[in-house]
Write a protein that binds this ligand. Structure first.
Ligand code: VG1
Ligand code: CO
Length: 543
């Protein structure tokens, strides 16, 4: 028999969060947990039958096992061809690139992004549709509904496949192509950027480091920076993907990439440093003794877009997630292009990118990207910065502070309170929601409230509405406080507080953000009753 149908019972906790289904490894390994989700995808996405599926992940623990299970289920469910990255590896943006290039019906990406890996870490799975982007809410909802009623799953009676050699292998009626995970993506990068200018910059002694954090981008970064651009060997650090990321959080921020940050300081400091996360979609950009906030990075890249050959004629519009600072809005106004505010999560950019309404988009959570794929793309952001640096010939710090002088500075910070009891977190949000109608027009610690709402987004392309996407309190002086609960955590609830203040005066643009934002932070803490409701005195992570 080609395959066997096994009966199963639904799991009720397969509703995807901000970025797919993310749980502890032990959850994925229990009973039919992974199989139920995968079968729900095949049931809800009939296009996969007879179509092409792209499959790969960030190489974390359980990646290889999951690939073998999914291959056998794909065969039993009538998929015609599966493109698998060698070793089971595909960064999230590379998977998006491959889905688009080979007109696949969809892709399954195995990753828990920046969450720790290993037997005690996290695992995740996400379905991307034919445009290469994370499935829209109506698709993830259909998959979720299916997971609640699933009664059986199908799996081929076949042997494991060797996924470590490039080439073609048949599994019954299905064709499996093991592809170089880097090739198609590297080719796309060279088509977008001014490769000669970047090569010349590096040849002239510009020093950079890229920290792959023992995650998926190592092989990509080595090929692109060291082989194609000619940066010296050793430019890429922590470049070998490990199943547990060397025991670290593959999370590119000032805390988790502290060794890299140290390389940008002192006498021997490099000119430029960058890092990426577990699955390669996030980025952190650093100059000599200078940290570029992701919100500023988006604004600076938008303002310099025409220096990038693929955007020589300008960009039609930009978008940012709601909690991302409004720095890019000011650039859009100056350029006379559209600017959209979307809910958190890359899936909300998909329709705008497909419709050609925007070319650049970003999130405050170290996510930046463009219309070249339908995912945020860490290495794209690094390449975009190198392109801009090569053509402007100024330092990172000079470019950003010059940007502030021209557009004003949006001081910005995010405070995360992790592992809060779910009930307490929801109680805090409900209490805030109840107060919203009374706030507009009044004063909070001397600032006048312009608006206060629970963000609702109506997609300009398909009209779908997404409600309760986070509480926004905007002040008449341009400052803002945003509260929302994370949709990617695996333990308890995470409260995110986003604080932003606008400063037009160049004389006052060089303060330390926590100091510049101190009053607003105090207002946010008091308004949300963070200490009385959670018992927490301070955030766990400040970015
Ligand atoms: C977080 C970020 C969000 C991002 C998401 C996925 O979600 O805040 O901006 O899109 O992670 O990123 P949340 O719901 O925990 O705030 V990744 O690199 O996991 O694909
Ligand atoms: Co990620």
């Amino acid at each position: 028999m080609a395959f066997t149908t096994y009966s199963t019972h639904p799991f009720t906790d397969q509703r995807p969060g901000t970025s797919g289904l993310r749980k502890r490894v032990e959850v994925f390994r229990q009973g039919n947990y992974l199989k139920n989700f995968v079968q729900s995808v095949f049931d809800a996405q009939p296009d996969l039958h007879g179509g092409t599926l792209v499959l790969g992940g960030d190489g974390r623990f359980y990646n290889r096992e999951a690939i073998q299970i999914i291959l056998k289920m794909a065969s039993a469910n009538g998929v015609a061809t599966v493109l698998v990255g060698r070793g089971g590896l595909l960064s999230t943006p590379a998977a998006s690139c491959v889905i688009r290039k080979y007109a696949a019906a969809g892709g399954l990406i195995l990753s828990a992004s920046h969450n720790p890996g290993g037997p005690d870490g996290d695992f995740g799975i996400k379905y991307n549709t034919a445009n290469g982007g994370p499935a829209a809410e109506r698709v993830t909802e259909a998959i979720y509904r299916r997971s609640l009623e699933i009664a059986d799953f199908r799996i081929a009676n076949a042997d494991d496949v060797d996924i470590d050699s490039i080439g073609s292998v048949a599994m019954q009626d299905m064709q499996i192509e093991i592809i170089d995970p880097v090739g198609d993506y590297a080719e796309l990068m060279t088509a977008i950027f001014d490769i000669d200018a970047i090569r010349a910059l590096l040849a002239a002694g510009f020093r950079m480091r890229f920290d792959a954090m023992h995650a998926v981008t190592g092989p990509y970064a080595r090929r692109i920076f060291e082989d194609i651009l000619g940066a010296p060997t050793g430019t890429v650090i922590n470049g070998t993907p490990l199943e547990d990321f060397g025991g670290h959080h593959p999370d590119p921020n000032l805390v988790h990439a502290a060794d890299l940050v140290a390389m940008t300081r002192g006498d021997d400091a490099v000119d430029f440093a960058a890092a990426s996360d577990g699955d390669g979609d996030r980025n952190m950009i650093l100059g000599r003794d200078f940290f570029v906030t992701p919100s500023d990075s988006l604004a600076v890249l938008a303002a310099n877009a025409t220096l990038i050959p693929a955007h020589r004629d300008g960009i039609p519009g930009v978008a940012r997630s709601m909690p991302t600072s409004q720095a890019v809005d000011r650039v859009a106004t100056a350029l006379g292009i559209e600017c959209f505010e979307t809910p958190t999560g890359w899936k909300f950019f998909g329709n705008l990118l497909d419709a050609g309404r925007i070319a650049f988009c970003g999130e405050e959570s170290f996510g930046t990207g463009s219309d070249h794929v339908r995912e945020k793309d860490g290495l794209w952001a690094v390449m975009a910065w190198l392109n801009v640096l090569a053509l402007r010939g100024e330092s990172v710090a000079d470019i950003v502070t010059g940007h502030w002088r021209q557009y004003g500075r949006n001081y910005y910070s995010r405070h995360d309170y992790e592992g809060i009891n779910d009930k307490k977190a929801n109680g805090l949000m409900d209490a805030l929601r109840a107060r919203l109608p009374s706030l507009p027009g009044g004063l909070l610690d001397g600032r006048e409230v312009a608006y206060a709402d629970d963000f609702s987004y109506s997609d300009p392309i398909d009209g779908s509405v997404s409600e309760r996407q986070g509480i926004r309190i905007g002040f008449t002086d341009g400052s803002r406080i945003v509260f929302r609960l994370s949709g990617t955590g695996t333990v308890g609830a995470t409260l995110r507080v986003y604080i932003e203040a606008y400063e037009a005066d160049p004389e006052r643009q060089l303060e330390e953000p926590q100091a510049a934002l101190a009053e607003l932070i105090a207002t946010a803490n008091r308004l949300a009753e963070i200490h009385p409701r959670t018992g927490r005195d301070a955030p766990d992570v400040i970015t």
